[in-house]
Design a protein around this ligand. Structure first.
Ligand SMILES: NC(=O)C1=CN([C@@H]2O[C@H](COP(=O)(O)OP(=O)(O)OC[C@H]3O[C@@H](n4cnc5c(N)ncnc54)[C@H](O)[C@@H]3O)[C@@H](O)[C@H]2O)C=CC1
Ligand SMILES: O=C(O)CCC(=O)C(=O)O
Length: 411
């Protein structure tokens, strides 16, 4: 099942549990606006090359639309649609005053030079600048993009609209970025894991972890779990995978990666087949890379007791059912990885206030937001006798539905 079909299915199930009016349900599924633009740039050697860029603005009932922009070869309209919708529920679960959006450009970022990436980003911004804005739609980094990408968007957007730091989040600190934003998604994943484990009478430090993806989210989650005494026993990325039953030395692995080393060549652990990471022996499995990685083929072999969804929609509905039957607890993506957009919200607030918070305050507020959201999800689970995914979906959908009705919806 593709990402959009799976997301729609979860939404419909939540709408049914909530007893949502049929017309409202239909309207909440239809995106506010879908943008598709052609972006042609000269390559460094002078030839022209064209890419397709997307921005799907899903819903703005609760505030400006918000979500990342990814550069990835598999970016397609359906996937961007699903991700935009997930952002709407995610911002509502986190109780931050935003709607949802997502964008992307179908490209292979590693095959483009820095100046080509800059030209591509600027052309994309020229095509969408009058459809984004501080109070309409605020982009941020996602897979294949980073703070530098946001700096280019900020610069290009400001040529049309005047200096506007709050038009993007995840910016470099020197341009108004927030302290703590870079680590925020991974940190939020760890706070979310902590909230779940505490509920189950367990502690981060007593468990073992397997982490798929060692980019921004995966590496920060691994670093923080390691600092808290948890044992990361397996890690993978696009270049390979490593394992060590006694726990991988994460700071050493980070140094190895910074030196542009392939994961599998790390001397402090044994190389393993990346395909085995998801079924590796561990207590907690944290997918931090791609969508749909847990599916009918491998879900039966998962050995973890907890799956923390730190990628967008990593578990397809078949896997959801199989894992539930095995007694595996899944912490859903629209909650587990809300830390990034939550600190994006803090960044936007700081830009609007013209006042910078210290990192301690950012992290402390993030912990408060993540802990509150977990409590709110559990309360939905109790009221509706449902699992954590439906607890999170009903929480998010209900908040958006309420805002929509308050703004003047008539059935
Ligand atoms: N960075 C952020 O603040 C946010 C990220 N996300 C999501 O989190 C996930 C990860 O994002 P980032 O860490 O930012 O991306 P990233 O681009 O920094 O890292 C992605 C990681 O996944 C690895 N990877 C790619 N294909 C793989 C494969 N087949 N097997 C194993 N590893 C593979 C890459 O090597 C890399 O280590 C994505 O789903 C993204 O949409 C969501 C919210 C915010
Ligand atoms: O910080 C943001 O606005 C982007 C977050 C995002 O794209 C996500 O949570 O998937």
């Amino acid at each position: 099942m593709n990402a959009l079909a799976a997301t729609n299915r979860n939404f419909r199930q939540a709408a049914r549990i909530l007893g949502l009016d049929g017309k409202l349900e239909k309207s909440l599924l239809i995106p506010f606006r879908e943008i598709k633009v052609e972006c042609t740039i000269p390559k460094d050697e002078g030839t022209l090359v064209s890419f397709v860029g997307f921005r799907v603005q899903h819903d703005n009932a609760r505030g400006p639309m918000k979500g990342g922009i990814r550069y990835h070869p598999e970016v397609d309209p359906d996937e961007v649609n699903a991700l935009a919708q997930l952002m709407t529920w995610k911002t509502a679960v986190a109780k931050i005053p935003y709607g949802g959006a997502k964008g992307g450009i179908g490209c292979i970022p590693k095959d483009l030079s820095t100046s080509e990436l800059e030209r591509l980003t600027r052309v994309f911004t020229q095509k969408i600048h009058d459809l984004i804005g501080i109070n309409t739609d605020v982009p941020a980094p996602d897979m294949g993009t980073n703070a530098q990408t946001m700096a280019w968007i900020l610069d290009e957007y400001s040529k049309f609209h005047g200096h506007s730091p709050a038009v993007v989040t995840g910016k470099p600190i020197d341009l108004g970025g927030s302290l703590g934003r870079e680590a925020a998604t991974g940190r939020g994943v760890v706070y979310a894991t902590e909230a779940l484990l505490t509920e189950h009478g367990k502690n981060i430090k007593d468990l073992t972890y397997a982490i798929q993806g060692f980019g921004n989210v995966g590496s920060w989650a691994a670093r923080l779990i390691h600092e808290m005494g948890g044992k990361v026993v397996a890690v993978s990325d696009i270049t390979g995978a490593v394992k060590n039953p006694n726990g991988i030395d994460i700071p050493a692995l980070l140094k190895h990666k910074e030196a542009r080393g392939r994961l599998a060549d790390f001397s402090g652990a044994d190389a393993m087949d990346s395909n085995d990471l998801l079924t590796h022996e561990c207590d907690v499995l944290i997918p931090c890379a791609l969508g749909g990685v847990l599916n009918r083929e491998n879900a039966g072999d998962v050995r973890a007791k907890y799956v923390i969804e730190a990628a967008n929609h990593p578990t397809d509905p078949d896997a959801d059912e199989i894992l539930a039957k095995k007694g595996v607890t899944i912490l859903p993506d629209i909650y587990a990885k809300a830390g990034g957009v939550t600190v994006s919200y803090f960044e936007w607030v700081q830009n609007i206030q013209g006042f910078m918070w210290d990192e301690e305050k950012v992290n402390e507020e993030l912990r408060k937001y993540m802990t509150r959201a977990f409590r709110d999800i559990k309360s939905m689970c109790q009221s509706h006798n449902c699992n954590l995914r439906m607890g999170a979906f009903t929480l998010g959908v209900n908040r958006v539905a309420r805002a929509t009705v308050l703004r003047g919806w008539e059935a």
